[in-house]
Design a protein around this ligand. Structure first.
Ligand SMILES: C[S@@+](CC[C@H](N)C(=O)[O-])C[C@H]1O[C@@H](n2cnc3c(N)ncnc32)[C@H](O)[C@@H]1O
Length: 240
């Protein structure tokens, strides 16, 4: 996959600098990263689809959503009770930050880990535009397996949503997933097993893993219990 980097994107990202979409097409880029309406965005050069950007303030997943509404979300129920005085979730596979926004809206302090540099830059841009206080959602560019293994302060919860081949049916979500998968392909089974092991060793209370409804459990490890939704389920591993 060749990613075209349009003028105005942060320095140091992996990709091919291009002057405009025409140049990106001529260079054979399947996606471009550029600035649209003040947002760092990803799109198919010459394509009709709306650009993809991280949006934490609008729509269903806005981090300002009222806690009494988000507490019904299956993800929030899977994370368990928020300790009095607050608690921390490490979202070790932050992606576009949607699940992290739900957890933050439910009152958790969320540390977002994302290893893919372009997605990390898009998340940083989304957090900046949303004006999210660093105390609510803090972003780190890191490989989660190593980061979790060396974490000095253990969080209550570690949340994992590793890439999984095509799992949603709607065309819009398929498009987003296809684009994100070009940047961050599905991990090897050894990679997934290492990530789950690091999460289980780090979380003080539980590890939550999001899976497509009928997918096998991650790394063959049986969870303590499961919460199932219409298209996805949350596998919960109680650690303490
Ligand atoms: C399916 S997406 C997560 C979507 C996210 N839950 C959301 O709501 O937008 C998976 C993301 O995890 C990242 N990822 C996978 N393994 C990782 C690891 N070991 N360390 C850090 N990031 C990882 C990928 O780069 C990808 O962006």
């Amino acid at each position: 996959m060749l990613l075209g980097l349009l003028p105005g994107v942060p320095a140091g990202l992996p990709g091919t600098p291009v002057a405009d979409e025409q140049a990106a097409l001529a260079a054979g880029c399947s996606l471009v990263l550029g600035v649209r309406d003040d947002a760092l965005s990803l799109w198919r050069p010459g394509g009709p689809e709306a650009p993809l950007r991280v949006d934490l303030t609008f729509g269903r997943t806005g981090y300002r959503v009222a806690p009494e509404r988000v507490r019904h979300e299956k993800l929030v129920r899977a994370a368990g009770a928020l300790p009095e005085g607050g608690g921390t979730v490490i979202d070790a596979t932050a992606g576009l930050g949607r699940d992290a926004a739900i957890l933050a809206a439910a009152g958790w302090q969320v540390i977002l880990l994302e290893r893919q540099p372009v997605l990390h830059a898009m998340l940083a841009d989304g957090l900046r535009r949303a004006g999210v206080p660093a105390g609510r959602m803090a972003l780190v560019q890191a490989d989660a397996t190593g980061w979790l293994a060396t974490a000095t302060e253990k969080p209550e919860v570690v949340y994992l949503d590793p890439m999984f081949p095509q799992r949603e049916k709607s065309a819009a979500v398929k498009k987003e997933l296809a684009w994100v998968q070009q940047l961050a392909p599905v991990d090897s089974s050894e990679g997934e097993a290492g990530l789950l092991a690091a999460a289980l060793a780090c979380a003080r209370k539980r590890v939550v893993v999001k899976r497509p409804l009928r997918a096998p459990v991650l790394a063959g490890r049986t969870p303590s219990h499961q919460l199932t939704g219409k298209t996805v389920r949350f596998d919960v591993y109680v650690t303490g």
